[in-house]
Design a binder for this molecule. Structure first.
Ligand code: SF4
Length: 177
């Protein structure tokens, strides 16, 4: 199966989410989190969109690619820098390399944090991406759905009701951690 940036991000967020998503099990998601994320994305790039091209590489869509400067841009609504974001973007750089486009760097912008993270491909990240791809494949191919992770992130996940229907309330200590 083709591994995409979304798969890599979910691998770093929740393996159960990755497994469900890869099986095309989708839940309606109209949460404020997603809406807000979209608004931040649209607003932050509204005046800059002309500079960027939308790129589709091996099933992954890169929304903002600066062809002239060879930079992948991502904008994240999160109020913290997350491993999943970094992994997803490194995966894009790796994909581009696989297509013979070398020397691409990436910039992840966090408008809420007023912070920018610059990334480039290194031998170590190249190795990491390769292992994430095979790990994602293993998770997806597993016969059984991975267990729920019972973490605060579940509250804003589209699979929340699916995962916790009929379950006792999440542990409040876990929720607060
Ligand atoms: S609700 Fe939690 S356990 Fe279920 S898929 Fe989402 S993040 Fe994973």
């Amino acid at each position: 199966m083709t591994i995409t940036g979304t798969h890599i991000a979910y691998l770093h967020t929740c393996k159960r989410k990755l497994w469900l998503f890869a099986r095309y099990i989708r839940m309606e998601h109209d949460s404020e989190t997603v809406h807000q994320g979209k608004l931040i994305g649209e607003h932050s790039y509204a005046r800059r969109s002309e500079k960027y091209t939308e790129l589709e590489v091996a099933g992954s869509k890169i929304d903002f690619y600066d062809v002239g400067n060879k930079v992948v841009h991502e904008v994240k609504k999160s109020n913290k820098v997350e491993r999943a974001h970094i992994a997803q973007v490194l995966f894009y750089l790796w994909l581009l390399e696989q297509e013979g486009i070398d020397g691409v760097t990436a910039r992840i912008e966090y408008p809420k944090l007023k912070e920018t993270r610059e990334l480039e491909m290194t031998a170590e990240s190249r190795q990491n991406v390769t292992s994430w791809v095979s790990e994602a494949r293993n998770v997806i191919q597993a016969e059984n759905c991975p267990p729920v992770i019972n973490k605060p992130i579940c509250r804003s996940c589209s699979y929340f009701e699916f995962c916790y229907a009929g379950e006792p309330e999440m542990d409040s200590e876990e929720s607060a951690s």
